[in-house]
Design a protein around this ligand. Structure first.
Ligand SMILES: Cc1cc2nc3c(=O)[nH]c(=O)nc-3n(C[C@H](O)[C@H](O)[C@H](O)COP(=O)(O)OP(=O)(O)OC[C@H]3O[C@@H](n4cnc5c(N)ncnc54)[C@H](O)[C@@H]3O)c2cc1C
Ligand code: SF4
Ligand code: SF4
Length: 737
């Protein structure tokens, strides 16, 4: 039995790739940070590409120049812009500052373009995205390292560079001060940080790593001709180093812990494969480095000694996170004391909000005339027509006493305001249509209909006789509170069981709702998931998705990734099993209401429904789902616990929906994975050219839209044959490369 459950969980959730996202400083898409006036460009903003570094450097200075606050705050004794790092991003910024007539200083810890100068000799240069012409004046055309460095030096000959290492940035009065190694300060209105990935080299963690024949940089491959060399790593730098060494005449062994080179560009893999004298050891791990050999464990688990006169661990560099910590710029995923306190305070606020909304404080608040219970009376004393429930103000006066009305109103305002912000930030046809759809569903059937339209119709006699009465009796039974009928059940027209349980978990069966719910959950939703994927409901219809894609859009990178978190995806399956169990008890109790067993089942179902409501609806969907928004992204509830999503995950395993990837264009930058607020390792599919089929995908389109090289596209395939059926016409990207 346990083995069966394990297989099921693997089939649904834990069998998918689960790569993580590297911590980087928190930088907005315009380069700004939490420190006003401090901008980050180049590699540190997420994508390690020369063209994007040049583009980002120039654009950030254009934005600074256009900022009215900048012009108003200029002060004597401070330069307009201090640029940290004199490489591609920094020099592009400097050229733009000069063009705009700004005063500036460029501070460089080593020599200008030191990252590129340290590329291996004759390293080929790939200029992606091919169709991008970077903003600004810095041109990039060369296809080999030496020519690239020459052309960049030539274009920036007359930019003065001060040799200094920046230690941190701090605010003093109305400007920023860059504190240099040695204590000197440089005062500036704005600071552009373009220091690249200049942190420490990543370590192997094996004894012998400190020996003198272990290097992190290759200068000239010819120096190692005829030698036994071990290169460690599976990224572009490791593969390019191994290929260059083999081309220079060395006997190369390449050790990589992964089962395949999923993070390297196809060009780097091809360059490696073109070399005859490279031995590749996949799934191997270096355990010790000695004078002329290295010990490693192979994929079979056996120990092997490999001759190695020189060792190159090429594992990349850490980003210089300490620089940002010292400067007060938050790091993605890092929690400070203030983060913990604000998180705890917001969760406490959400606990209060959801208990208040659930009328848990009604007795105490009502007795004191506290909000919102005295609002209806207030409106009546203000406007005479509010005493007539058949008038708009009269219906409103009754609705105004319901906490849920204000909650839904605030929800709608958030979805609409942040919906417009989303459309401005992501101007694609897909996002436009999707956001309008979400806003319309949120405002009309989930707000105006239950709180105003249905009550007004009821008070005006629409449900007093004839078919109107029949319909209302079936859907909105009489109630001894509010408007006299349970119009709130109309939420069930959009929110299907088991997300919305109240039309199904009733003591007496509500046949009309049972029919609607069964058709929604077991006919309509499976059909749309089969055709368009689970996101057709989660990101186009559902109110939880509406808030997550609008208010939550700015927090999507906060969703944690990795295998540990993927295991938590199973929580939704547990909630789903519970929902089915309660439904079974209810159905039994409805069928044999007079029997002793039926009565026991009815009371067990009642107790379980109440528990389910408090733990799942109030606790997980409300307090955790919204309370965790700004720290773990807006999709915590959707990804981990929603029982309807859990059911749709099963449907999605048979869906035609896929995200297709053009493997040749993928530069393994991991941007797609980092913006996925369902925790999916998108890159692991994309750089292998595999259509993405992780059922967690909610079709938000952020990965497609953010990919810098236009790799991804929505489409369909035939699951049985694996044949592609076509790509979506509604474009989720602004440009194609
Ligand atoms: C081996 C390798 C191969 C690559 N191949 C390609 C390729 O083929 N195509 C491609 O598009 N991209 C490639 N890249 C990526 C490309 O090099 C980077 O995207 C680009 O260099 C980023 O430019 P940058 O200005 O952000 O940072 P960098 O070029 O890294 O420059 C940062 C500068 O800041 C300076 N600095 C660091 N700390 C401080 C400090 N505290 N104070 C002052 N100055 C400081 C450094 O000395 C350096 O000069 C490669 C990268 C590597 C490592
Ligand atoms: S698909 Fe795009 S965003 Fe994702 S790793 Fe590849 S290039 Fe980067
Ligand atoms: S569309 Fe992309 S970013 Fe959005 S959920 Fe699916 S994989 Fe994640």
């Amino acid at each position: 039995m346990l083995e069966l459950v394990r297989k099921y969980v693997r089939w649904l959730h834990t069998g998918w790739p689960a790569g993580t996202v590297e911590p980087l400083p928190e930088v907005a898409s315009d380069g700004s940070t939490a420190v006003p006036g401090l901008y980050v460009v180049g590699d540190l903003s997420g994508v390690p590409l020369l063209k994007l570094a040049a583009d980002g450097g120039a654009r950030v200075v254009q934005r600074i120049g256009a900022d009215p606050k900048f012009a108003a705050g200029r002060e004597h004794g401070a330069v307009d812009v201090a640029i940290l790092g004199a490489s591609v991003a920094g020099m592009a910024a400097a050229l733009e500052a000069r063009k705009a007539g700004l005063t500036f200083v460029v501070l460089e810890a080593n020599e200008p373009f030191s990252t590129l100068v340290n590329f291996p000799a004759r390293k080929p240069i790939f200029l992606y995205p091919t169709s991008l012409k970077p903003a600004g004046e810095l041109a990039l055309t060369a296809d080999v390292k030496e020519a690239l460095v020459d052309e960049l030096r030539e274009q920036t000959r007359d930019i003065e560079v001060k040799r200094a290492r920046a230690e941190r940035v701090e605010r003093v009065g109305g400007a920023l001060e860059v504190v240099l190694e040695g204590g000197e300060h440089v005062r500036a209105q704005r600071v552009v940080v373009a220091i690249g990935r200049s942190g420490a080299y990543r370590k192997l963690g094996a004894p012998g790593e400190e020996l003198p024949h272990v290097f992190n940089r290759l200068h000239d491959p010819a120096d190692y001709a005829g030698k036994d060399v071990l290169v460690v790593g599976g990224g572009d730098t490791a593969l390019e180093t191994a290929a260059a060494l083999a081309g220079g005449g060395a006997r190369v062994t390449l050790s990589y812990r992964g089962a395949e080179f999923s993070r390297a560009k196809p060009e780097s893999v091809a360059a490696l494969q073109a070399q005859a004298n490279v031995r590749v050891l996949l799934e191997s791990k270096v355990t010790r480095i000695e004078g002329d050999a290295v010990e490693l464990t192979t994929s079979a688990g056996a120990a092997e000694r490999v001759p190695a006169e020189v060792v190159f661990p090429m594992l990349g560099r850490e980003p210089p996170l300490d620089f940002f910590r010292r400067s007060g710029v938050p790091i993605r995923g890092e929690w400070r004391t203030s983060t913990k306190l604000s998180f705890a305070a917001f969760v406490a606020f959400c606990a209060f909000l959801y208990l208040w909304k659930a009328d848990k404080f009604k007795a105490a608040f009502d007795a004191r005339g506290w909000f919102p219970y005295g609002m209806g009376a207030g409106l009546k004393s203000w406007a005479a027509s509010a005493s007539d429930p058949a008038s708009f103000l009269g219906a409103l006066a009754i609705t105004l006493n319901e906490p849920g009305f204000y909650y839904s109103l605030a929800y709608c305002v958030c979805v609409v305001l942040f919906g417009f912000a989303r459309m401005r930030k992501r101007p694609t046809p897909y996002v436009r249509v999707q956001t309008w759809c979400l806003m319309a569903i949120q405002v009309v059937p989930l707000f105006l209909l239950p709180y105003l339209a249905l009550p007004l119709a009821g008070h005006n006699g629409a449900f007093d006789d004839g078919w109107g009465k029949g319909l209302a009796d079936a859907l909105f039974p009489s109630a001894g509170y509010g408007h006299g009928r349970e119009y709130w059940r109309a939420f069930g027209l959009v929110l299907a069981w088991p997300l919305f349980i109240w039309n199904v978990f009733t003591s007496e069966p509500l046949w009309a709702w049972l029919a609607i719910s069964l058709v929604q959950t077991f006919v309509l939703i499976p059909l749309i998931v089969w055709r368009w994927g689970k996101g057709a409901y989660c990101s186009w219809i559902c109110s939880c998705g509406a808030l997550a894609e609008t208010l939550g859009d700015a927090y999507r990178t906060k969703m944690p990734h990795g295998p540990r978190w993927n295991r938590l995806n199973v929580v939704g399956q547990v909630v789903l099993v519970l929902a089915f169990a309660i439904f079974a008890l209810r159905a039994f109790a409805w069928s044999w209401p007079e029997s002793a067993v039926g009565r026991v089942f009815a009371s067990a179902a009642g107790a379980l429904t109440s528990g389910y409501y408090h733990v799942v609806d109030l606790g997980l969907a409300g307090i955790v789902g919204v309370g965790f928004y700004f720290w773990f992204s807006g999709r915590v509830w959707c990804r981990f616990a929603c029982p309807l999503a859990a059911l749709m995950h099963v449907y999605a395993r048979f869906s035609r929906f896929r995200i297709f990837a053009d493997k040749k264009k993928c530069i393994s930058c991991n941007v797609c994975t980092s913006v996925c607020h369902q925790g999916i390792d998108v890159m692991a599919f994309a750089n292998k050219g595999k259509p993405l089929e992780d059922p967690e995908c909610v079709r938000c389109s952020a990965c497609v839209q953010m990919c810098p090289t236009g790799v991804l596209e929505f489409g369909q395939l035939d699951p049985a044959s694996g044949r592609e059926l076509g790509r979506d016409k509604l474009l989720a990207t602004t440009s194609k490369d």
